[in-house]
Design a protein around this ligand. Structure first.
Ligand SMILES: Nc1ncnc2c1ncn2[C@@H]1O[C@H](COP(=O)(O)OP(=O)(O)OP(=O)(O)O)[C@@H](O)[C@H]1O
Ligand SMILES: [Mg+2]
Length: 388
């Protein structure tokens, strides 16, 4: 059995601990915060600050078959490169690719060099425009601006939080995501998924369907991903995010790190576990698996004060001591801190089906059952204002 150390217990850590469980791995989840939710999903929990106590971390990882980071702290990631090397344990991460892709400014330059379409930049783009920090995640600091005053305020905010801004054209099409694993020479891409956004452009869900986009769009996205992975010389996993405009995908970003939400949705749609793929391809020299082109939905919900609402990943990440509950209110499976009678809870539900209609029916039933059983009278499904 593979024994995997997951360094970080927040959203990415939950995803990895969940996938590791599904793959039958044994996991050790490490975080300095005893309240970190992924600690509850692993087989073993270690509460240490790896930057303050590297020797304890060395002891933990020495016993493992591989280490995978679930954090975006560059100091910690650098230290993990050294520690895994010293402990002679494989590190499922490409720090050089990560360094480039964690900067949207550098990524956009790479897109231009590779002839990859991305939204026009300021001032060519005009209004409405998007202002976002070059190197943050989880939609932090993202704003849509429509006037010079709003642009000025958004730029001020990005500089106040200590980042450089990216200003580009706001495109209102569907958001798509695609993962690629590259073994150092050859890339494999997996399923194209749709990213569903809340009113703050935070990811509230992921939808998988073979009918999501045309074959041409899918091929274009795959071609872009392979070009980028080659350019990065990637040895690991990355995902690209794109927005549709005039029938073509425009790349928003690339991230050379294990994402959250999309891999769980892909597992339920296709049976392919991206963590297991990464381990098998990189460590065991295994052949990539071909994913079944199925249907699935992954969605976050939260309930408080008698309300049920779909929510973004930021809100979901405050889930407390979650568990994996098969068949939760009729869905396939949920990661949730729901306990009978509790007033405040969150759940990430996963649903698969034979077609889109079955997914939507099962989703409706699941929402109705969550509401009826808990006496909830209102359901809110926030969407980006610009999409209304
Ligand atoms: N130019 C754009 N036009 C329309 N929507 C955009 C644009 N740029 C970003 N977005 C939306 O805002 C969200 C956050 O974008 P951003 O590029 O800041 O990603 P991020 O915070 O790095 O996300 P992640 O956590 O997935 O890495 C995206 O998922 C996308 O839906
Ligand atoms: Mg990002």
């Amino acid at each position: 059995m593979v024994r995997l150390a997951v360094i970080g217990g927040a959203l990415q850590g939950m995803e990895l601990a969940y996938l590791a469980r599904k793959a039958g791995y044994e996991t050790v989840v490490v975080d300095r915060d005893p309240g970190a939710p992924a600690l509850n999903l692993g087989d073993h929990r270690e509460i240490i600050d790896p930057l303050m106590d590297p020797m304890s971390l060395m002891n933990i990882i020495s016993d493992c078959d591989a280490v995978v980071p679930a954090n975006e702290n560059i100091m910690l990631l650098n230290s993990l490169v050294g520690l895994t090397k010293a402990a002679e344990v494989p590190f499922l991460f490409d720090i050089d690719a990560y360094r480039i892709t964690s900067s949207k400014i550098q990524s956009n330059q790479m897109f231009t060099e590779l002839g990859i379409k991305s939204p026009h930049e300021w001032p060519r783009c005009g209004f409405p425009a998007v202002v976002k920090p070059s190197s943050c995640s989880g939609s932090k600091g993202f704003r849509v601006v429509k006037t010079p005053d709003e642009l000025h305020d958004a730029l001020h905010y990005v500089s106040e939080i200590g980042h450089e801004p990216v200003v580009q054209k706001f495109l209102s099409g569907r958001n798509l995501s695609l993962e690629a694993i590259r073994d150092g020479t050859t890339s494999t891409t997996y399923l194209t998924t749709e990213i569903l956004l809340d009113d703050r452009y935070d990811c509230k869900g992921v939808f998988c369907s073979p009918n999501l986009v045309s074959e041409e769009v899918e091929e274009k996205l795959q071609e872009y991903s392979v070009k980028i992975a080659d350019q990065l010389g990637l040895s690991g996993l990355m995902d690209v995010e794109a927005v549709m405009d005039e029938g073509e995908p425009h790349l928003l970003e690339v991230d050379a790190r294990f994402p959250s939400q999309t891999p769980a949705a892909i597992l339920h749609a296709s049976g392919v576990n991206l963590l297991d793929e990464l381990y098998s391809i990189l460590i065991e020299g295994g052949q990539p698996r071909k994913p079944k082109r199925g249907f699935s939905l992954y969605e976050h919900f939260t309930s408080v004060n008698g309300l049920l609402r779909s929510c973004g990943e930021k809100r979901f990440s405050s889930v407390h001591a979650p568990e994996i509950i098969p068949g939760f209110y009729g869905c396939d499976e949920a990661i949730t801190d729901y306990r009978v009678g509790c007033q405040k809870w969150s759940a990430a539900i996963m649903i698969s089906g034979q077609n889109e209609e079955e997914i939507l029916t099962r989703r409706r039933d699941c929402i109705a059952r969550m509401m009826a059983d808990n006496g909830l009278s209102i359901y809110i499904d926030p969407k980006p204002a610009e999409a209304l």
